[in-house]
Design a protein around this ligand. Structure first.
Ligand code: AMP
Ligand code: MG
Length: 366
């Protein structure tokens, strides 16, 4: 079954993209098989727990079909390779990490570990894929939360004091070891971005220069949509069918959002979601959503997660240290914060007030 919130996020983005497509041809495009509106071909894949829609513009049907087939195989491979606890190359690494002995680690995982180590340091360990045990404890391993009840405070505390970090992993040639048995790697905060980067490179090798890969609302574009940029809608974190802002992107850009509406449960009137502050062991509580734009989808993905944890008081410091210029953060009160550069890129629909300094009121907060 598809996660409901992921589906909503996906359809909002789809709607935005298909509105632009429909303007070209005047015809709607079904999404279940490759379809063309003049020159845009679309295909959907289910992977990484979400629907991935690929839109390709400006090539013939044969090339598009070949690309869809290749990407379908690739996404399936990436999903089963990087799963943290189901049978996978990563879960094998995780078992061996727990021994604290040196072992020959999986070559299909190593590049992600290397990048994740760097990004963890740059984010001051707010992006921390070593906290897999905490994530597992919170029970966000499936789309629907299993119990709807937070874990015991003592169990959370036990893991937090062990302070698992990417720094605990030592790498040498083909081997790896952890000097902290509490480390369990969960790449959920950036594997999608890494996978999208890779898939976009694959499309380029096939001579495709204009495309969008949209994984449940997190997406990367290359080129243009005909004679205009790709137009993207960023969803409102509290109103499922409302767009918070539009952004037009072209060339090579990724738009990634981390939100507390994606996977969560309400317990005793409090929202508990899937983005964990490694310092407390609890869901980070300063933000509703963070959107990042950057050419590198893996970086944008990791940064959206890290800045969500950093929250309204610390996001600027962390963005700077991660080399991110375009940030839009909706804080826990529904107030918008953004960089100057993001302010120039986004359009706020309807009657939203325009941005003043780096912070404006959102029209809606609950
Ligand atoms: P995203 O939607 O990209 O923010 O990723 C959220 C996912 O990343 C969660 O479902 C977890 O698998 C994982 N995660 C949660 N908290 C963190 C964190 N502080 N650092 C890295 N990964 C995290
Ligand atoms: Mg992320």
């Amino acid at each position: 079954m598809y996660p409901r919130n992921q589906l909503i996020k996906f359809f909002i983005i789809c709607l935005m993209l298909s509105l632009v497509s429909a303007c070209d041809s005047g015809a709607p495009t079904p999404a279940d098989k490759p379809e063309s509106d003049d020159r845009t071909f679309k295909h959907s894949i289910f992977s990484f727990g979400t629907l991935i829609e690929i839109s390709i513009y400006g090539v013939d049907l044969q090339t598009a079909e070949r690309a869809f087939e290749q990407l379908e195989m690739d996404f399936r491979y990436m999903h089963v390779t990087w799963h943290p606890w189901q049978r996978s190359a990563l879960s094998r690494d995780n078992k061996l990490i727990a021994t604290t002995e040196w072992f020959s680690d999986a070559p299909s995982v190593r590049p992600l570990i290397e990048i994740a180590k760097e990004l963890a340091v740059k984010s001051d360990h707010l992006f921390n894929p070593a906290i897999g045990k905490l994530i597992y404890l919170w029970g966000f391993k499936n789309a629907e939360h299993e119990t709807g009840i937070p874990p015991a405070a003592t169990d959370i505390e036990k893991l937090v004091v062990l302070n698992p970090r990417m720094d605990d992993l030592e790498l040498r040639e083909i081997q790896m070891r952890s000097n902290n048995p509490a480390v369990l790697i969960d790449l959920g905060g950036f594997a999608k971005g890494y996978g999208i980067n890779r898939s976009m490179e694959t499309l380029k090798t096939m001579g495709i220069n204009h495309a969008v890969i949209n994984a449940g609302g997190d997406l990367k574009v290359i080129g243009r949509h005909g004679n205009r940029p790709w137009r993207i809608g960023i969803r409102h974190p509290r109103i499922a069918d409302q767009v918070l802002a539009y952004v037009e992107v072209e060339g090579e850009e990724s738009v990634f959002t981390s939100g507390d509406y994606e996977r969560y449960f309400i317990y005793q009137d409090k929202r508990y979601h899937h983005i964990i502050d490694p310092r407390t062991g609890y869901p980070a509580n300063g933000s509703q959503s963070v959107t990042v734009i950057h050419a590198d989808a893996a970086l944008a993905d990791a940064a959206a997660t890290a800045l969500f944890v950093a929250g309204p008081s610390d996001w600027q410091r962390v963005a700077q240290s991660m080399g991110i210029e375009d940030v839009l953060l909706v804080d826990a009160n529904g107030e918008l914060h953004m960089t100057e550069s993001m302010r120039k890129k986004i359009q706020l629909p309807g009657n939203q007030p325009s941005a003043k300094n780096s912070s404006i009121k959102s029209t809606q907060a609950d």
